[in-house]
Ligand binder design. Structure first.
Ligand SMILES: [Zn+2]
Length: 230
């Protein structure tokens, strides 16, 4: 199976990370990751969908593009060796380790509107990823607005495509402690909505916390006395 070849563990130690943060269940996070730094997302309790967007930190009109990523790698799933590409076709990050084996590029983010259409009109009040993306971006310094929201990655989320070409939201294939790790190929802004969805099995009906960690790249570590830019 192709999935077996993609399961790659990392040698990086959490104690050596320059940044570590736990994003509570249903919460959001926005942070800059410098070129060369290594970014890991840990599914702490298992089966948690992590809706994620990336922007070029120097020019935010350049952002993660599912279409360019899928086209370049000829595969709809993301895993080790996947290059996450921008709408200009440039490499933004490369996945260098993955103990889950498959991440979704097609399912998009949940929204109060889609919850009403898919599930019930009285689901409108429920917390959703699109709202979290808006809260994260509007509170930050990069002047991102709702016009900047694009199709996102769903790390750890299982969205198989049926032989008829339909998407299905299935119970996750991730487990507690599984992680995905990627190297930034440019300075990026990462926006995460730790998905609060309770209407389908993408979070096993139980949203849980995740952890994000950042390590300095090899070049920054070699510069004695330097810890890189803040
Ligand atoms: Zn969601």
């Amino acid at each position: 199976m192709a999935a077996a070849k993609t399961l790659v563990e990392s040698k990086r130690k959490p104690a050596e990370a320059i940044y570590s943060h736990v994003i509570p269940a249903g919460d959001y996070w926005i942070h800059e990751i410098r070129s060369g730094q290594v970014f890991r997302i840990v599914d702490l309790e298992g089966n948690q969908a992590v809706d994620t967007l990336f922007y070029n930190a120097l020019e935010t009109s350049e952002r993660y593009s599912a279409i360019d990523t899928i086209k370049a790698q000829g595969n709809i799933y993301l895993t080790t060796r996947s290059t996450l590409r921008s709408n200009l076709g440039n490499p933004m990050l490369t996945i260098i380790a993955d103990t889950c084996g498959r991440h979704d590029s097609l399912g998009g983010a949940c929204a109060t509107e889609s919850n009403q259409v898919r599930y019930a009109i009285d689901k409108r009040h429920m917390h959703a990823c699109r709202r979290s993306f808006l809260l994260a971006t509007s509170a930050a310094k990069w002047n991102l607005t709702k016009r900047d929201l694009a199709p996102n990655i769903n790390f750890f989320m299982n969205v198989p495509v049926t032989p008829e070409g339909r998407l299905t939201f299935e119970d996750g294939i991730s487990e507690a402690g599984k992680y995905v790790e990627m190297r930034a190929e440019m300075d990026v802004i990462c926006v995460i909505s730790n998905c609060p969805q309770l209407n389908n099995p993408c979070n096993a009906y139980n949203p849980t916390p995740i952890q994000v960690l950042i390590w300095l790249g090899p070049q920054a570590q070699n510069r004695s006395g330097s810890t890189g830019r803040p």
